[in-house]
Ligand binder design. Sequence first.
Ligand SMILES: Nc1ncnc2c1ncn2[C@@H]1O[C@H](COP(=O)(O)OP(=O)(O)O)[C@@H](O)[C@H]1O
Ligand SMILES: [Mg+2]
Length: 329
Amino acid sequence: MTTDAARRVAVLKGGRSLERQVSLRSGARVEDALGRLGHEVVPIDVGLDLIQQLRDVRPDVAFIAMHGRDGEHGTVQELLEILDIPYTGSGVLGCVRATDKVLAKHLMIEAGIPTPDFFAFNETAFRELGAAEALAAIEERLEFPIVVKPSSQGSALGIKFARSAADLPAALVAAFSYDSKVVLERHVDGRDLAVSILADEPLPVVEAVPQGDEFYDFQARYEIGRTSFICPAELPEGATERAQDLALRVYRLLGCHAFARVDLMLDGSGELTVLEANPIPGLTETSLLPQAAEAVGITFDQLVGRILELAEDGNRGLAPPDPRGTLAG
Ligand SMILES: Nc1ncnc2c1ncn2[C@@H]1O[C@H](COP(=O)(O)OP(=O)(O)O)[C@@H](O)[C@H]1O
Ligand SMILES: [Mg+2]
């Protein structure tokens, strides 16, 4: 396939994730852009007939416009590997690493990348190992407020700030309703930043400023006008470069490909910490990656075109080993 040729592109969107509605909006916008770029677009609302549809459509490439479970966690990527269909974004391994906050945070610590202090538990630790008894020690180490969040979720779903010991049980229950693994994290009093990476290059920093909300929550994120975004963010001297450098290191560390968005906090003393990385950040009208691209003159259509081209790089993460490899070779 050459980069100029029109392709048949299956746009995978929707799915059963809690971020389904966001994905439908990302998908619709991507479809419009691909159409304007001259590609043949086949929208697929991902469900039980995914494999059948892909076999019928036989796309040249799949554009994954899914967020959250299935689409972003590596599952759809795995299926596309099996069907041998090139796809946009990170491979299986990058998705698996990035969407598991506990794994990503351990990898960051190992690599010397600052991330807020934390403890993480499975539900079974509470049910079968009496982890509740350790909560007081955790409180002492992290200090209130403590941020409680599901390990694998997005869009601030299930995230609560516990202000005192009395808030913790409900916050844990809420987080466990989203995931069997939960992170208790030190609260960072600071500014909410995001650095998107496109083709291994960091884009300008976006600052999300919630309008009167306690924090940047699910509604604020997608309702136009409830969060204001500043891009490029006006930061203290050197902070932009440091944030971009950290974001690129995290992107590489986790094995992301083509694009991703890294969320960070900048505290009052100027220290940056990385919260997480998103292998398939939103592509809606209010999403941060398109805004950051726009700030350096990359239109949405160009962004989508670039992401599509990068799908052909062959960075699929881990290809499953050929079981006959050793015998045949
Ligand atoms: N440790 C923290 N300190 C302060 N705010 C936090 C912290 N963790 C999360 N937040 C707030 O919650 C938002 C979502 O958290 P994040 O870790 O990025 O999860 P996700 O975006 O996957 O839901 C952040 O953008 C930030 O506003
Ligand atoms: Mg985030």
